[in-house]
Design a protein around this ligand. Structure first.
Ligand code: AFD
Ligand code: MN
Ligand code: MN
Length: 399
């Protein structure tokens, strides 16, 4: 049994990659204030250096998601950012347009009743698609904050039509290699209606946009009782799952470290993906991306926690005997079927993880190795001095 497990875990981890977000390395805040950390990244140079550390210690984070307005300064040559990423042993991953911060987006971007605002949002999206082509990224990732706060405030049908038209225009600009992923979120920042509030709305916008549009599942964007793995399974079956933004939540879109609240839910999501892979004989092309930002945990340590937890849960999910599960499901032996899945979840895979890391010349305990490297105290001193010199507060993620 043990040998069988180890080869399953090795096979799973060999194929497992997860993208870290540039914004997860910089200072962020709550809506009540920004909380600064000396070692938090200030510039894209810092963010890529930090992302390079996470990849170096875990071996599974080769790409970094970027936020266009926060990571590409006006007039900056995108090729320089590509070179910077390479210097740190990573590549630019998904491109995230910023359609929620400009003052003119107060009443929406793609859904704004003012055609000039919609055009401004469209132009930024077209520019983001072009940027993706320049930096060799094949994912453009849309999160739309559009919505309203009071009954009667907005014509929801008209907004749906505006949004649909804009996504169709963006889709036309994609290269053959690019995929656009459309994220959904039930509420926040608006609190009466959100124009892309659930997976069905995202699915319809994708279908109407074109064949290179897929749904992005942010694990923090669901009501407490929702069965996320069922949504994932449906989207997989429809070939409409573009990828994930992984984080954990206790109440809403809390962006906590993955698995910190409900590791079994993440395991069930990975299980459904691996069960699909077993049945279809092929792994789906989906982007595993992290979307977390922390005001209290040290940034890089939080990212290492998320990445190593994701590896651990993916390794556990790889232990499920899909063939046996199918037999038990067919016979409706629900207790045995559940026990088969539970046994995998409760298996201690740390020995296998350590063996895989050893076999790949990686530290067996990435978090401990990072702490021993002294990287954090070094950059804390340097960045603290730079903040004082530049007379700035926290990181540039909301610059
Ligand atoms: C916020 C939004 C959404 C988006 C992320 C990065 O809720 O998840 O993907 O910021 O822009 O978390
Ligand atoms: Mn997200
Ligand atoms: Mn979110």
């Amino acid at each position: 049994m043990k040998d069988q497990n180890i080869s399953k875990v090795f096979r799973a981890l060999d194929q497992f990659e997860i993208e870290t977000p540039s914004w997860g390395y910089a200072d962020t805040g709550t809506r009540f204030g920004k909380f600064l950390q000396d070692a938090a990244a200030i510039s894209i140079e810092d963010k890529l250096a930090d992302a390079g550390q996470v990849n170096a210690f875990t071996g599974c984070c080769p790409t970094v998601a970027v936020h266009v307005l926060w990571d590409f300064k006006k007039g900056q040559n995108p090729a320089d950012v590509v070179k910077l990423a390479r210097k740190n042993g990573v590549k630019i991953g998904s491109i995230n347009p910023n359609l929620f911060q400009d003052q003119e987006y107060k009443y929406g971007s793609f859904c704004n009743t003012d055609p000039k605002v919609r055009q401004h949002a469209l132009q930024h999206s077209f520019d983001s698609v072009e940027l993706g082509k320049q930096v060799g990224s094949d994912i453009i990732s849309f999160w739309m904050a559009d919505g309203s706060n009071y009954p009667g405030q907005a014509n929801i049908r008209q907004r749906k039509a505006f949004m649909e038209e804009c996504f169709q225009k963006v889709h036309k600009k994609l290269s053959k290699k690019q995929t656009m992923v459309i994220e959904y979120k039930p509420f926040e920042p608006t609190f009466y209606h959100t124009d892309i509030a659930d997976w069905g709305m995202s699915y319809l916008f994708c279908k109407n946009a074109g064949p290179q549009a897929k749904v992005l599942v942010d694990t923090g964007h669901h009501y407490g009782s929702q069965n996320i793995e069922q949504i994932v399974t449906w989207l997989l079956d429809e070939n409409m799952l573009g990828g994930f933004h992984f984080n954990d939540r206790r109440y809403a879109d809390d962006d906590l470290t993955l698995g910190s609240i409900d590791p079994y839910q993440v395991f069930r999501i990975f299980h459904e993906i691996l069960y699909f892979t077993f049945e279809k004989g092929r792994a789906p092309k989906i982007a595993y991306m992290i979307d977390q930002s922390h005001i209290d945990k040290p940034k890089i340590e939080a990212m290492l926690q998320t990445v190593t937890t994701a590896q651990e849960l993916f390794a556990k999910a790889a232990l499920v005997d899909h063939k046996q599960l199918a037999v038990l499901q067919k016979k409706n032996q629900q207790v045995d079927a559940e026990e088969l899945v539970r046994r995998a979840f409760f298996t201690d895979v740390t020995p296998y993880l350590k063996a895989w890391r050893k076999a790949n010349d990686l530290p067996v305990n990435p978090l401990l190795a990072f702490r021993q490297s002294g990287y954090e105290s070094k950059v804390a001193a340097e960045r603290k001095a730079r903040r004082i010199e530049l007379g700035i507060g926290g990181g540039s993620s909301y610059a």
